[in-house]
Design a protein. Structure first.
Length: 335
C-alpha cells in the first residue's frame, strides 16, 4: 500500500526537527577533528551548489570573522573554471547527498594534489573519508531545511576550531533561537492571508544575510512551483533590478543589524515610493553576531515557503515529478 502523505508533510516535519538536530550536532567534536586538516591553510575555498552554495556564502563570513581568508565558489565553476591553486589552499565542500556531479568533480580535482579538504554532508551520503563531517539524515522533502542549518552549524564549528571568533560562546544559544523561530510558523501563516506573493517575489539582504535572501527565494520557488522569486544583495538591487519591481509586488527584507542595515533602510524607502509591499523578516536577536544570524533567520523563510505552498494548494514535497513535462525535463540532465 502506498504511504499516506499530506502535501508538504515531509517539509514541515523536517523544518520542525531543526532545534533537536542542531543540539545534537553541537554535542560532538567531529567538526573540530576534521578542521585539523585545514589548520595551516593560507586560504580556504567553500564550494557548493544551490542551497549548499548559500551555506558556503555564510561559511565564508564565518571563516573571515575567525581571521582566515575564505571565498565561496559554485561547484560548477570550481570544477570547470578553477582558481589558480596555491600550495596551502584548503577546500570545504558542502553537499547534502554527496552525489552531485560537479561537487564530486570539484573535490576529486582538488584532492588529487592535496589532503587539505573537508566535506560537510548528510548521513548516508556517498562521500567517505577522514575529512567527512556528517549533518542530518537524508531529507524526504526535496526542499532542504535541516541539512542547510546543520551545514551552517558545522561551518561555525570549523571556524571556531581554526580561529578565535568573537561569537564562539554564542554557538550554544543557536538551538534555542531556532526553536523560537520554529514556533513562529502560525504567525507567519496568519500574516500571509492577505499577501499576494506572485507572480514574482523578491528577497533582499546584505552581508551574511545575502545568503539568507538567496535561500528564501529558492525555498519559495521549490515549495510553491507557481511563484517566481529572486534573491538580491542589498546594493545590487539598486543597480538595475529596482526598476523592474512593480507597484503591489512583494519584497522581503532580511533586516539583520550590521553594516548593511542602513543601506537596507534606503532600499525600503525606495520600495515605498514605488508602492511595493514590503515584508521584513528577522528571527535572530540584536545581540547575536551577524555571521551566526543566517542559521536562525532562514527558518521564518522556510515557513514562508511552506505556508505559501499550502495557500496555493501545492505539494511542496513533489518537486513536480508527478507532472509529465517536468519529469521529462529532469530526465534530460544529471545533477
Amino acid at each position: 500500500m502506498a504511504e499516506q502523505h499530506d502535501p508538504g508533510a515531509y517539509l514541515k516535519a523536517t523544518l520542525e526537527s531543526q532545534p533537536a538536530e542542531l543540539t545534537r550536532l553541537l554535542s560532538d567534536d567531529s567538526a573540530d577533528r576534521a578542521a585539523s586538516r585545514l589548520r595551516d591553510c593560507s586560504r580556504i575555498f567553500l564550494v557548493g551548489t544551490g542551497t549548499s552554495f548559500h551555506g558556503a556564502l555564510v561559511g565564508q563570513f564565518m571563516l573571515r570573522s575567525a581571521g582566515l581568508e575564505a571565498w565561496a565558489v559554485r561547484a560548477f565553476e570550481f570544477a570547470n573554471y578553477p582558481p589558480a591553486r596555491h600550495d596551502r589552499d584548503g577546500l570545504i565542500l558542502l553537499s547534502h547527498r554527496g552525489s552531485k556531479r560537479f561537487s564530486r568533480d570539484a573535490l576529486e580535482g582538488f584532492a588529487q594534489g592535496s589532503k587539505r579538504w573537508v566535506v560537510i554532508t548528510g548521513e548516508g551520503s556517498a562521500m567517505e573519508g577522514e575529512g567527512v563531517i556528517r549533518t542530518v539524515a537524508q531529507e524526504k522533502s526535496p526542499v532542504h531545511t535541516a541539512s542547510h542549518t546543520g551545514a551552517m552549524v558545522r561551518l561555525a564549528q570549523v571556524a571556531a576550531a581554526l580561529g578565535q571568533p568573537a561569537w564562539v560562546e554564542q554557538l550554544s544559544d543557536i538551538p534555542g533561537l531556532v526553536q523560537a523561530a520554529v514556533g513562529s510558523g502560525d504567525a507567519i501563516a496568519a500574516g500571509l492571508r492577505d499577501v499576494e506573493l506572485g507572480p514574482v517575489a523578491h528577497f533582499v539582504g546584505g552581508g551574511p544575510a545575502r545568503a539568507t535572501a538567496y535561500e528564501g527565494a529558492l525555498k519559495l520557488r521549490e515549495a510553491t512551483h507557481l511563484i517566481s522569486a529572486e534573491g538580491h544583495d542589498v546594493e545590487g538591487i539598486l543597480h538595475g533590478p529596482l526598476v523592474s519591481i512593480q507597484r503591489g509586488q512583494t519584497v522581503v527584507l532580511i533586516t539583520q543589524p550590521g553594516p548593511a542595515l542602513e543601506r537596507l533602510k534606503e532600499v525600503a524607502a525606495a520600495l515605498g515610493e514605488i508602492g511595493a509591499r514590503v515584508l521584513t523578516f528577522r528571527a535572530a536577536p540584536d545581540e547575536l553576531d551577524e555571521v551566526l544570524a543566517p542559521i536562525v533567520n532562514v527558518v521564518p523563510l522556510q515557513w514562508l515557503a511552506y505556508h505559501a505552498s499550502r495557500k496555493l494548494g501545492v505539494d511542496a514535497d513533489s518537486f513536480r515529478r508527478d507532472e509529465p513535462a517536468y519529469a521529462a525535463a529532469q530526465s534530460k540532465f544529471t545533477l
